[in-house]
Design a protein around this ligand. Sequence first.
Ligand code: ATP
Ligand code: MG
Length: 213
Amino acid sequence: MNGKLIVFEGVEGCGKTTQMQLCCQWLQSAGVSVVMTREPGGTELGLHLRRLLLEKSDNKPIAELTELLLYAADRAQHVAQELKPNLARGKFILCDRYTDSTIAYQGYGRGLSMDIINQLNDIATGGLESDLTIWLDVDAEVGLSRKRGEEVGLDRIEQEAIAFHRRVQQGYAELAASQPARIFRVDGSLDKETVQLTIQEILRDRLSSWNKI
Ligand SMILES: Nc1ncnc2c1ncn2[C@@H]1O[C@H](COP(=O)(O)OP(=O)(O)OP(=O)(O)O)[C@@H](O)[C@H]1O
Ligand SMILES: [Mg+2]
């Protein structure tokens, strides 16, 4: 049986990691074979790229096109090494960020050409789309203030101006509106348990239509 690719998307601090972990526990307790992964950094090579992409660079900024290509390289490796083999094994993959992040961040956030972004997404994925994307909808300010409450400092992307994060958030809103069958909006501003129950409802619905449980 073919596996499924479930992606979690949203601005910094919207709750992706928190909700993925809760989903993983819930699915495993229902007997589903789950793999958790992320972009960037879902492979050994990708971990090197993740460090390059997220570390603070005070005096040698990464050019916007270079950034786009590094994310594409990370994705190509991730698709080849992790996503396709695990889907072929029938795994249920929970993935932290995928192609929609590039559209939201490099497209809406940075203003790079959507045409080039779409082409690169196609090349990197070989056409592999998510079966379902959960967009955790949280205001950019709320997400960032959650991150500021944590011990670790903000990474290179989190340090971008608030206007950048607002454009990213707008990007997600437009993506979700344009692809309602694939991208599900979940109100991520509610408490963790309520958000999780909403996601479980969506997944339960999908799982029964996929005849998984
Ligand atoms: N629904 C929620 N309400 C309040 N705080 C939350 C909620 N969900 C997560 N948090 C807290 O907000 C912070 C960010 O959550 P989390 O790491 O899950 O977000 P993320 O989307 O994975 O962030 P990043 O983009 O940095 O990976 C954490 O401290 C987490 O405990
Ligand atoms: Mg996270």
